[in-house]
Design a protein. Structure first.
Length: 437
């Protein structure tokens, strides 16, 4: 059977992993796809760099356009990341009538609406399983496996670097910077690690998940985004004492007023399975009406795990090469004409519970002032914990509170008033809290 010729853009961690997996499992993959899949040409920015894969038999070039313009190539695999050159290359590949497989979450989150329309016109596929949660087949699970359900909400640990850092802070008391450096060495972190620790990478992935879960356009700019860079070790430890773990979550929830789209550190009851997803591992919990909750767990980054998703997409593309483009699985799970513009809720309207920590003067009446302000805003407090002051901070105490569920704008108002009290030092630390029940 005639092989399918693939052009690979990028021979770094995921590109190298893809070459390795395709060659190691060539037999099994051919049995599944029905045709051998051959990488015939690959581009790399720096040809002299050592590789994690054997490129024998692959024509390697430093010019990615030589790959997308090669008439012998049927499918382009884009693994260079970023969204300028990648966008240009993917558009060129589509214009040349080639199918595209990509692991590029920024590209899909920011340009997916346009790319899918172009692909639709040309009758080609743009597959992106590897863009979310690395090796976990979460796109396929939501788009195809849950197609009979109305999805209510999903919550995911979708940035391995942040999860790795939070886990090391909790288990070993390690410093943020040292753990981040290790994640970079291990090849988990983004080229610019701010994307990991400021939540941008997770927001890219949540954009994609929300779109295929609810049939809405990709709307990266509507996501509330907060990373883990301000999470302190003491908060991780106080959360533990109250029965919670802090995880960096991407949450998309359908409510009667609109859809919540938010990425932020979150306290979750420690008994939840997802609260026990540690290290670089990812997990996505999906709550749907028919099947109930389902949890998808696995490696969210790294060479072979991400290559696993890239190769699965390649097999999918090969299987559908001969099918009528109108009858393929739609890029965003719902038929393009059925994508609906359900409103996205502003963060002020989102309802959630909170963990709060404030540094308060150690004198009578302070707690009464604070609780009065909460009372005025109709905010119920569920638990209060008071800690000894650190030696350098004699005269103040750390007060930790858990609030019940409240609209964010009411909490904003209460915190503004509390921070104005003379007896409260600095800003109140707030971390949102979800039950995920
Ligand atoms: N930087 C990403 C992470 C890589 O840490 O999850 C996988 O997308």
């Amino acid at each position: 059977m005639k092989p399918v010729n693939v052009g690979l853009l990028g021979l770094g961690t995921v590109g190298g992993g893809t070459v390795n997996v395709l060659s190691r499992n060539a037999n099994e993959i051919t049995r599944r796809a029905g045709r051998p899949i051959h990488i015939v040409k690959a581009s790399a920015r720096d040809l002299s760099r050592p590789r994690i894969c054997d490129t024998t038999g692959i024509e390697v070039t430093s010019d990615p356009f030589a790959v997308v313009n090669d008439p012998n190539i049927d499918v382009i695999v884009e693994l260079i990341g970023g969204n300028e050159l990648a966008l240009e290359l993917v558009k060129k590949a589509i214009a040349n009538g080639k199918h595209v497989v990509t692991a590029n979450k920024a590209l899909i989150a920011l340009n997916g609406n346009e790319l899918f329309a172009l692909a639709q016109e040309k009758g080609v596929m743009v597959a992106f399983e590897a863009a979310v949660a690395g090796g976990i087949p979460i796109i396929k699970a939501i788009r195809e496996g849950l197609a009979g359900n109305r999805i209510e909400w999903l919550a995911g640990i979708i940035n391995g670097t942040s999860n790795f850092i939070l886990t090391e802070m909790r288990d070993k008391g390690r410093e943020f910077a040292a753990v981040l450096k290790e994640a970079q060495t291990l090849g988990y972190a983004e080229a610019d690690p701010k994307f990991d620790v400021e939540g941008i990478d997770a927001a890219h992935k949540l954009t994609i998940l929300a779109s295929i879960a609810f049939g809405i356009p990709l709307q990266f700019d509507r996501i509330y985004t907060e990373g883990i860079s301000r999470v302190r070790r003491e908060d991780v430890s106080y959360a533990e004492q109250l029965g919670y773990r802090i995880k960096h979550l991407g949450i998309a929830r359908r409510t009667s007023a609109g859809i919540e789209l938010r990425v932020h550190p979150t306290l979750i009851p420690y008994r939840r399975l997802i609260a026990n997803v540690d290290g670089v591992m990812n997990a996505v919990l999906v709550k749907s009406d028919a099947v109930g909750p389902t949890l998808y767990y696995g490696a969210g980054a790294g060479a072979d795990p991400t290559a696993s998703a890239v190769v699965a997409d390649l097999v999918d593309v090969v299987r559908t090469l001969t099918t009528d483009p109108e009858n393929r699985v739609p890029h965003l799970a719902f038929q393009p004409a059925a994508i609906s513009d359900i409103p996205i809720l502003p963060m002020a309207e989102v309802e959630t519970a909170y963990y709060l920590r404030m540094e308060a003067a150690d004198k009578p009446g302070v707690l009464a002032d604070v609780t009065r302000i909460f009372g005025d805003q109709d905010i119920s407090i569920e638990a209060i914990l008071q800690k000894e002051p650190p030696v350098e901070n004699v005269g103040t105490v750390s007060v930790i509170m858990l609030s019940q569920v409240v609209k964010e704008k009411r909490m904003n108002e209460a915190l503004k008033r509390i921070e104005r009290l003379d007896s409260i030092k600095g800003k109140v630390i707030r971390i949102r809290r979800e039950n995920l029940g």
